[in-house]
Design a protein around this ligand. Structure first.
Ligand SMILES: O=P(O)(O)OC[C@H]1O[C@](O)(CO)[C@@H](O)[C@@H]1O
Length: 528
């Protein structure tokens, strides 16, 4: 297309939400009118599916669950029995936050809580992390820290940082299931750190969980529910996201208001007037409805750095499915990665421009450069003009080379626009899932990795028992046999190597470059 035609296509497909100041431009995605025509029946069904979901239908058939994250920002549309719960929960979060800020709720050792340590993983971490990075004030009433893994060194790093302030740190333990090992481990490690300092962990802890299932946290400072009908990856507007955000001084009501406005906009059953439907169309067109192209998310704003990581879970855990709703094997998905512009122009954008054309870009543009004035870094040019120029330049350069892009533009990064962005993508994922006929709200695949890990830990215990009861160094094959794992010698080797590296009493003898020749023994003196 020539520049005039492109300008026309830009205007034809531009979506603008006046109150939110949000633009969506899909003009640089190469789809035809005939594709749009052919997708109309699918969109009609997607709008109907979404309507049924919002009315409380069982939108997650495998788990027999309702899907109600839209109700969190507009309790009036929730089933009557849930409306009260949502309102009361928000009120109790606000009351708790007010008391923490005033110092009415405080730790036994300090006048006020100074820090938050948020423990959770996946949907119980990514939203709060993204929102904290995007919106935390420069001087928040409480500074936030996250542990979102079972990495001992990672846990130590955070605990060292907090060492002198552990007594004024509020620990929020977040787990919908209450049984996620990483979260449980991190909680026990943090509890241990409190005990090492002679502090009562429970007097510093808040639980967001099905409490009864989260071990050893009964009797904590406060408990907030994680509703069964809110999925982890869409839980930012529940207790999961709102508690830490409010404690940090972020306007949670504005976050909810932005999401609510976006929900209204994305409820419109008309493709061209519905920004989430336009996104779903663009994704469908890019990857033939099969995710054949990856989504590269590039916010040109440092505060939005974690948006791509947040979207990675929302999109990939929702859409990456083996079966469709009719039981056919489809292996669907949509890969998401990204970081930020213009930083990435000095990193992976080279490949985007000239290399493998297996992606489309989503630029996130923010119109307001900063709140204060800007100096000129060249005559009539500011740093922000450069940033804007880099975004436009990259968009042109990619398009020239047949690389497509979407641009989402917001006026500024604030609680309202971040709420709107989250809601926009939540809905786009839901609509796209309907287009490709999959269940976006379950995650059967993640269980496989968890089960395999559990099996390895069972094997580890067996190996240790065998080794502790043998005097002679054992060949790996023999050890595997004795541990009832004759066909898992590689697993046995990996377990031994890890134990040997961590002062757990295991010693490996022989040439490390030839794992098959090694023998292993247990030396009590080498443990601990
Ligand atoms: O909140 P939970 O139950 O600890 O789960 C954390 C995350 O783990 C997953 O279940 C995947 O394992 C995600 O869907 C979820 O967000």
């Amino acid at each position: 297309m020539n520049p005039q035609e492109l300008w026309q296509r830009y205007q034809d497909w531009l979506y603008f939400h006046k109150d939110l100041g949000l633009y969506l431009d899909i003009s640089r995605m190469r789809f035809s009118e005939s594709l749009v025509e052919s997708l109309k029946p699918k969109f009609a069904r997607a709008f109907k599916d979404m309507d049924a979901l919002e009315r409380g239908g069982i939108a997650n058939p495998d788990e027999n669950r309702m899907v109600g994250h839209y109700w969190l920002r507009n309790p009036d549309i929730a089933p009557l029995e849930l409306k009260k719960q949502i309102i009361e929960n928000l009120d109790s979060i606000e009351e708790f936050v007010k008391k923490v800020h005033e110092g009415t709720i405080r730790s036994p050792e300090a006048q006020k809580f100074t820090d938050i340590l948020s423990i959770g993983i996946g949907g119980s971490a990514l939203g709060p992390e993204f929102v904290a990075e995007a919106l935390s004030p420069d001087k928040p009433p409480l500074r936030v820290h996250f542990i979102d893994n079972t990495d001992p060194a990672g846990i130590d790093r955070i605990l060292k940082r907090l060492h002198d302030r552990l007594n004024s740190t509020l620990v929020i333990v977040i787990s919908k299931s209450g049984g996620t090992p990483e979260t449980r481990n991190a909680m026990l490690e943090v509890k241990h750190a409190y005990e090492q300092q002679g502090l009562n962990f429970l007097a510093h802890a808040v639980a967001i969980s099905k409490i009864s299932e989260l071990e050893r946290i009964e009797g904590c400072l406060a408990e907030f529910p994680m509703f069964d009908w809110v999925g982890g990856r869409t839980s930012e507007m529940s207790s999961v996201g709102l508690l830490s955000a409010s404690l940090m001084g972020i306007d949670a009501r504005a976050l909810l208001a932005g999401a609510k406005e976006m929900d209204i906009a994305t409820r419109v059953p008309d493709l061209k007037r519905n920004p989430a439907a336009l996104l779903a169309l663009a994704w469908y067109a890019a990857g033939n409805g099969k995710g054949e192209k990856d989504m590269v998310v590039l916010p040109y704003k440092d505060a939005l750095l974690l948006f791509s990581r947040y979207l990675q879970q929302l999109v990939m855990e929702s859409l990456g499915k083996a079966k469709d709703l009719d039981g056919n094997t489809v292996h669907q998905g949509l890969a998401v990665y990204g970081n930020k512009g213009s930083t990435d122009q000095h990193a992976f954008v080279q490949q985007l421009r000239d290399g493998l054309a297996n992606f489309f870009v989503t630029f996130i543009e923010v119109l307001e450069d900063r709140t204060g004035p800007s100096i000129e870094v060249k005559p009539e040019v500011t740093s922000g003009d450069f940033l804007s120029g880099f975004l436009q330049g990259t968009r042109h350069a990619l398009y020239e080379n047949s690389r497509d892009s979407i641009t989402v533009t917001i006026a500024r990064v604030d609680a309202r626009s971040v709420g709107a962005l989250i809601a926009l993508y939540e809905r786009a994922v839901g609509l796209y899932a309907s287009l490709i006929n999959i269940n976006a709200y379950h995650q059967p695949g993640v269980e496989a990795g968890k089960k395999a890990a559990e099996a390895l830990l069972v094997l580890q215990r067996k190996i240790l028992t065998v080794l502790k009861n043998t005097d002679q160094p054992q060949k790996l094959e023999a050890l595997a046999q004795k541990a009832d794992a004759g066909d898992r010698i590689e697993d046995v080797y990996k377990i031994l190597r890890h134990l040997a590296a961590n002062r757990r009493g295991v010693e490996l003898h022989g040439d490390l470059a030839k794992p098959g020749s090694l023998t292993a023994s247990f030396n009590r003196a080498a443990s601990g």
